[in-house]
Design a protein around this ligand. Structure first.
Ligand code: SAH
Length: 212
């Protein structure tokens, strides 16, 4: 993601009713934030938010939380929501490493990872959102029958994930190296910004679903 400082983005996030500031204070209480018992699904590294906004529009009985570390990116998602009230969607600006400070055990129903940063150097492997270290965190916050869905066009990151996830004690329920030509897995697919961009360039999109 090319980053540009967007003047006023921190202030816009602090003032928006769609963002949750000090999210650690909501740990174990996210149902109260939404005011209902609907399942909670999160996207980590949501970027400008196309994917999670579309899911929230299409599935009003599911609650969604988009997580993004940069305010200059998150503010773009806020702009997209300016016209439309979506009571089942919230955003958090945070670094995903601290996810266990924000969600209690079993509080999350599903985790989406889309086009996560590849961190190509070996010594940065633990920063990849599909590393063992991250799956240990997902193991805490995700319901026992919950799933993690991951999409990328990055071959090395996908191969790493296919190996790493079983090492973390999880199973790969299903995967494809070419999502857009896999009729079964493509059904109901919601495109992300990166997915639209990279598939238009001819890159095949890879997807896996992980469970315990
Ligand atoms: N999911 C979007 C954006 C992909 S780019 C899409 O598919 O179009 C990856 C995004 O994840 C970037 O916006 C980046 O800032 C964010 N990100 C990467 N690592 C993160 C982390 N550890 N915590 C929070 N956000 C992260």
């Amino acid at each position: 993601m090319r980053l540009r400082n967007v003047p006023g983005s921190r202030e816009a996030i602090a003032e928006s009713s769609m963002t949750v500031n000090e999210p650690e204070k909501r740990k174990g209480k996210w149902k109260e934030v939404f005011g209902n018992d609907n399942p909670i699904r999160i996207e980590i590294g949501m970027g400008k938010g196309n994917f999670i906004i579309k899911l929230a529009q299409d599935n009003p009985t599911v609650n969604y939380i988009g997580i993004e570390k940069y305010s200059s990116v998150l503010v773009r998602a806020l702009e997209k929501c300016a016209e439309e009230e979506l009571p089942n969607l919230k955003f958090i600006r945070m670094e995903a490493e601290y996810i266990c400070d924000v969600f209690a055990e079993n509080e999350v129903d599903r985790i989406y990872l889309n086009f996560s940063d590849p961190w190509p150097k070996d010594r940065h492997a633990k920063r990849r959102l599909t590393s063992k270290q991250f799956f240990e965190r997902y193991d805490v916050i995700l319901k026992k029958n919950g799933i993690v869905e991951f999409k990328t066009d990055n071959d090395l990151l996908f191969q790493f994930s296919l190996e790493q996830i079983p090492e973390a004690g999880w199973q790969i329920e299903n995967y494809t190296w070419d999502l857009h030509h896999d009729t079964a897995m493509f059904k109901g697919n919601v495109m992300t910004e990166y997915e639209a961009k990279f598939s238009a360039m001819g890159n095949p999109i890879h997807k896996l679903i992980a469970k315990r």
